[in-house]
Design a protein around this ligand. Structure first.
Ligand SMILES: *[C@@H]1O[C@H](CO)[C@@H](O)[C@H](O)[C@H]1NC(C)=O
Ligand SMILES: *[C@@H]1O[C@H](CO)[C@@H](O)[C@H](O)[C@H]1NC(C)=O
Ligand SMILES: *[C@@H]1O[C@H](CO)[C@@H](O)[C@H](O)[C@H]1NC(C)=O
Ligand SMILES: *[C@@H]1O[C@H](CO)[C@@H](O)[C@H](O)[C@H]1NC(C)=O
Length: 281
């Protein structure tokens, strides 16, 4: 009886040490989730958007070419060989269409649509468009630069996103229920689906990036961490890391983020269950 308890305690110790080794980052959340930090690329990244093609688990991002334009790049997660996509000029904003697998790139030369399967590239027939932010949800939504107003592209024409019409919008996303969340220099705002009224949800900390995960939850980043919006507009910090500029999620809903020098994936480690019933030693 005693011996088996001792073996168990040694086992627990080893197991904990091993787990610690992979626990680069701890969740702030009550779950205490551990994450392994994987550096996907060491590259100064565009401070704006990242996207993953869920089918192939390929990450799309962009980086400063040093010539005033953002060059689109891609890498297959798990392989990490980096490719530059040719034919797209200034990919400041990037979004993927989960329904079709198409990737969209936007910048000072308008919007491009890329189909990785067919390797086809098209440019939307819209002139004089400088794109700051892209969202694909049944149609193409975007924020124009420098006005920072939100539009949608439908039937070859451009219209305001009515709910966002009177707002200065730095970034916005839809959650699963088509509620809209947007950020600007004042804070984070929410507009309930079917409503026109924007509510200030939080003005501190200052949120600088946002993304929707594979389940439709909205994540945000600030100077000091990554946050999630839960039901009833509750905002919780999930991870305390500094300098996150942009976010996305891979096929398995692992967080991918960029800071000023790297693109990183956080892989959630299995939660460690320790039995505390060995106190008879
Ligand atoms: C990564 O991808 C490249 C290009 O497709 C390929 O040549 C290389 O063998 C791959 N490496 C691994 C480790 O799979
Ligand atoms: C777009 O075009 C389709 C088919 O021509 C039409 O059914 C739809 O109402 C149009 N949508 C808008 C917003 O004009
Ligand atoms: C936006 O402002 C215009 C002019 O002030 C007003 O008529 C319109 O109702 C507003 N739209 C929303 C969605 O608040
Ligand atoms: C952010 O949006 C709100 C709601 O429209 C607006 O009152 C506020 O002035 C905006 N902040 C900035 C800095 O534009």
């Amino acid at each position: 009886m005693r011996k088996s308890a001792r073996i168990l305690s040694i086992y627990v110790l080893i197991y904990t040490v091993q787990a610690e080794k992979f626990c680069n980052i701890h969740s702030d959340y009550i779950t205490g989730q551990c994450y392994k930090k994987e550096i996907l690329a060491s590259i100064p990244h565009s401070p704006n958007q990242l996207a993953v093609d869920r089918t192939s688990n390929v990450l799309y991002f962009s980086f400063d070419s040093g010539m005033g334009e953002y060059v689109p790049g891609k890498l297959k997660i798990g392989n990490n060989t980096l490719f530059v996509l040719k034919g797209i000029r200034d990919a400041f904003a990037i979004a993927s269409d989960f329904a079709t697998g198409d990737l969209y790139f936007g910048g000072s030369h308008g919007i491009y649509k890329y189909n990785p399967g067919l390797r086809s590239l098209k440019r939307l027939a819209v002139q004089n468009l400088d794109i700051w932010w892209l969202v694909i949800r049944r149609k193409i939504y975007f924020i124009k630069f420098p006005s920072l107003s939100a539009f949608k592209y439908e039937n070859r024409s451009i219209r305001y996103v009515e709910q966002l019409r009177n707002h200065t919008v730095h970034q916005f996303v839809f959650d699963n229920e088509d509620n809209i969340y947007f950020i600007n220099n004042t804070g984070l705002f929410g507009i309930n689906s079917g409503s026109m009224e924007a509510h200030l949800l939080k003005d501190h900390p200052k949120f600088i990036g946002m993304a929707r995960d594979n389940y439709g939850y909205v994540y945000l980043c600030s100077e000091d961490g990554i946050f999630v919006i839960r039901k009833m507009h509750k905002i919780k910090r999930v991870i305390g890391i500094q300098g996150v500029l942009g976010l996305t999620f891979d096929r398995n809903n692992n967080i991918i983020y960029s800071d000023s020098s790297e693109i990183v994936r956080l892989v959630a480690k299995e939660k460690i269950k320790i039995a505390y019933n060995y106190d008879e030693i």
